[in-house]
Design a protein around this ligand. Structure first.
Ligand code: SAH
Length: 206
């Protein structure tokens, strides 16, 4: 997976590649999909959600340029797979998930794999987590109708956010950077995510 799907494309960040090599992806997919766990596509998990394709996870993490001292907010814990990789890369991960079944399963899995620098919260991630802000990085793993201002407000000076924006049919991954109190967004590439549902997201599914 790491050599063919990541390094042979444009994932060159050695810390991201090493973290992706360390985290056992099969642990985060339902048992009936174990044979496909390291293949180049998303996989269904509970609550009609998906664990993202390895390449897109690596692409988003590479774009964030995470350093070991960073504090990161993740929105959309899902299986906890990208949470585990974040935990390998940074100092502390706060991850928010709106489905309690997923939040509980991810928390149990991350505990069993001995990740200690992760905190999972049940709730609407479009509100961010004001009590723990500011964040050096924010990773949003579900598609929003627009970039939520509340999340930009919770970025530190020099902070970075990656977020898919757009409806089911056409989404773009956007990279936001806050500098001198101002945020700028650039488009990275097209993508396909499940909807971000909440106050700053879509009001229901697609
Ligand atoms: N990073 C995850 C991908 C999960 S898919 C993984 O590696 O498995 C996106 C997740 O975002 C879903 O679990 C969905 O329930 C969650 N989600 C959607 N809207 C949300 C919101 N407003 N707050 C928190 N989680 C949300």
């Amino acid at each position: 997976m790491v050599e063919r799907q990541l390094r042979d494309r444009d994932i060159l960040d050695e810390r991201v590649l090493a973290a992706m090599a360390r985290v056992p992806r099969h642990e985060f997919v339902p048992q009936e999909f174990w044979a496909q766990a390291y293949e180049d596509h998303p996989i269904p998990i509970e609550e009609n959600q998906t664990i993202s394709q390895p390449y897109i996870v690596a692409f988003m993490l590479q774009a964030l340029s995470i350093t070991p001292s960073d504090v990161v907010l993740e929105i959309g814990t899902g299986s906890g797979y990208s949470t585990a990789i974040l935990a390998e890369l940074c100092n502390k991960v706060y991850s928010i998930e709106r489905h309690s079944v997923l939040a509980k399963a991810a928390e149990a899995k991350l505990t069993s794999l001995a990740y200690k620098n992760v905190e999972i919260t049940l709730g609407d991630g479009t509100e961010g987590m004001r009590e723990c802000a500011p964040f050096d990085c924010i990773l949003v793993s579900a598609a929003a109708p627009r970039i939520p201002t509340i999340l930009v407000d919770q970025l530190s000076e020099g902070g970075r956010m990656v977020i898919p924006v757009g409806p089911a049919t056409v989404q773009e991954l956007q990279f936001v950077r806050k500098q001198n109190g101002q945020s700028t967004a650039v488009r990275l590439e097209n993508c396909r995510f499940v909807p971000l549902i909440g106050a700053g997201g879509y009001s229901s599914g697609w």
